[in-house]
Write a protein that binds this ligand. Structure first.
Ligand code: SAM
Length: 236
């Protein structure tokens, strides 16, 4: 099994770059919304502290869906607005993106989004309990296109296995990328995870997925969009 380097290395190789510089408008948004009680930081200790998804929302939800690496959060907000019965847990390390999603939450008066801020690998490992999640969305993960940077890619077999362990039976994993070699890498890794069975064939776009800026950029650069959708099965 490939391990996730972010998990095991003494000097971790991260799937992201911290970009801390913010515009004055982003700083203002941060100051206004960061302490709104909607943000749950990733604990730095690395000790397991599983959240009960039902307890982080004001009322229990029909489903708990995770939007991993939501970027500026617009698609998270649009999906949550259309599906108020579901609780959305957005995970993002980039502060301006977190602030922007908080702004969307306030602006659209959404009650069904909570944000985990920090390294999402640690968040999934330490904060999400086994079989507690109905769906993971990973839309346009950073592609790290240069070969020497492939080790930074988030979606290793180790991480996919971790995601599979957090899904309820019948829950889904939905990945979209505009980088063909990354899609192939993910499909190959999934072959080693029998809880997420499926044939490596293009999945259909789900109608409720909003188009993101990264998708538009990929299309205008002439790349095609690869959809990977798997449903978790109970192994007997
Ligand atoms: C290319 S962007 C895609 C954003 C969004 N999903 C979209 O489609 O517009 C990838 C995002 O994943 C975030 N990210 C990458 N690795 C992460 C990690 N380990 N934990 C949390 N966020 C991460 C980055 O900060 C970035 O915002």
């Amino acid at each position: 099994m490939n391990s996730n380097t972010a998990q095991t290395a003494s000097r971790p190789i991260r799937s992201y770059v911290i970009r801390s510089r913010m515009t004055p408008a982003q700083k203002k948004t941060c100051a206004a919304y960061m302490d709104s009680g909607l943000v749950i930081p990733v604990p730095e200790t690395g000790a397991p502290r599983p959240l009960n998804p039902a307890e982080i929302f004001p009322a229990p939800k029909e489903k708990y869906l995770v939007d991993f690496g939501f970027g500026m959060g617009r698609s998270t907000a649009l999906m949550a607005e259309k599906n108020p019965a579901a609780g959305y847990i957005g995970i993002e390390v980039h502060v301006p993106g977190v602030a922007r999603l908080l702004w969307e939450i306030h602006n659209r008066r959404l009650e069904n989004i909570r944000v985990i801020h920090g390294d999402g690998f640690a968040a999934v490992r330490d904060m999400l309990a086994a079989k507690s999640i109905d769906g993971f969305h990973i839309f346009f993960p950073d592609p790290w296109p240069k070969k020497r940077h492939h080790k930074r890619r988030l979606l290793t077999e180790g991480f996919l296995r971790l995601l599979a362990s957090r899904l309820k039976t019948g829950g889904y994993l939905y990945i979209v990328t505009d980088w063909q070699d990354y899609a192939v890498q993910v499909e190959e890794a999934l072959l080693g995870i029998p809880e997420l069975p499926g044939v490596p064939a293009p999945a259909a776009r789900v109608p409720w997925r909003p188009e993101t800026a990264f998708e538009k950029k990929g299309i205008s650069a002439g790349r095609s969009i690869h959809e990977i959708f798997r449903v978790s099965e109970q192994l007997s």
